[in-house]
Design a protein around this ligand. Structure first.
Ligand code: NAP
Length: 279
């Protein structure tokens, strides 16, 4: 009988999610993987031990569908040890030209689905008095680039949510991390995944330049999904995983540059900041 840890991963039919699912199965973990399209997911994963793999068709915009998938995972494996909130997509364009509905849709997937999966799994982990949740953020949520304001806002929300959740659930033995990658070689920048609004407004040079550079970078991103997957497993096996883990050299450089700039600005304006309190 397989008594290995049980992982539950969203957005598993391609990219980081798929690579992680395959690596986990190769290493004899038990895996419940969600996708909007279970057939595509099964095909992408290939032939595996069906006793270790539970492919689930889940609509991440539907709380009942999420709850049902958590219950199916429990019914199949009896426990849930690691949750990876991986499903998500990018959105590039000027805020003026992206529609309000498009903005609401990306918040539903990148932020609300993450929160809903966590709401659904927390009672299970509390009862177990153990569990580990990895939320996939992005370096863009901390140090964003022009033209990615909406996407950056979703990933900043994921990071802030993770920080406080970690404090809330610590007493139950539940650990939480936010993993914040820079460019990884997945479908992320392809037309299938990325929501891209080309700007028709004169100007917005910084936005247009950055977007041209990003789109030309598809297939050439330095981040290796295989290495990321091995790191996810290392995190889950670690006694004390970090709250934030940046992934990729570009992520490291951007995050450390932003921290230095923030520290310097915080000090420069310290007297003003403190002066706002009643004496
Ligand atoms: N690759 C990068 O450079 C990079 C950098 C920073 C952060 N990230 C984050 O990493 C995570 C994985 O992305 P990836 O790089 O592996 O990209 P990907 O190859 O495009 O895969 C994204 C996955 O998310 C799911 N997804 C996409 N749009 C969705 C929607 N509207 N509703 C529900 N699920 C949806 C898909 O799941 P199904 O089709 O199976 O349902 C898909 O498997 C995302 O959260 C992304 O924001 C990626």
């Amino acid at each position: 009988m397989n008594n290995s840890k049980v992982w539950y991963i969203t957005g598993s039919s391609q990219g980081l999610g798929l690579t992680l699912v395959k690596k986990l199965l190769e290493n004899d973990y038990r895996v419940a993987a969600t996708s909007r399209n279970a057939q595509a997911l099964k095909k992408a994963v290939g032939v595996v031990d069906t006793g270790s793999f539970l492919p689930l068709a889940v609509d991440l915009n539907n709380v009942d569908s999420i709850d049902d998938s958590i219950q199916q995972t429990l019914a199949a494996f009896g426990q849930i040890d690691v949750v990876v909130n991986n499903a998500g997509y990018g959105m590039a364009g000027t805020v003026e030209e992206i529609t309000e509905q498009e903005i609401r849709n990306i918040f539903d997937v990148n932020v609300m689905a993450t929160i809903d999966v966590i709401k659904s799994v927390l009672p299970v982990m509390r009862k177990q008095r153990s569990g580990y949740i990895i939320n996939i953020g992005s370096v863009a949520g901390f140090a964003g680039a022009p033209g990615w304001a909406v996407y950056s806002a979703t990933k900043a929300a994921v990071a802030a949510f993770t920080e406080v959740l970690a404090l809330d659930v610590k007493e139950f033995g539940i650990k939480v991390s936010v993993v914040e990658p820079s460019g990884f070689r997945t479908g992320f920048l392809t037309k299938n995944s990325l929501s891209y609004t080309e700007s028709r407004i004169d100007g917005y040079k910084a936005v247009k330049d950055t977007q041209r550079r990003y789109l030309a970078g598809d297939g050439k991103q330095p981040g290796d999904p295989e290495k990321a997957s091995a790191i996810f497993i290392e995190l889950a096996e670690s006694e004390q995983p970090p709250l934030h883990l940046y992934l990729g050299e570009d992520a490291y450089n951007r995050a450390s540059g932003k921290l230095a700039a923030m520290t310097s600005e915080l000090q420069e304006w310290k007297a003003t900041t403190i002066s706002a309190d009643y004496k």
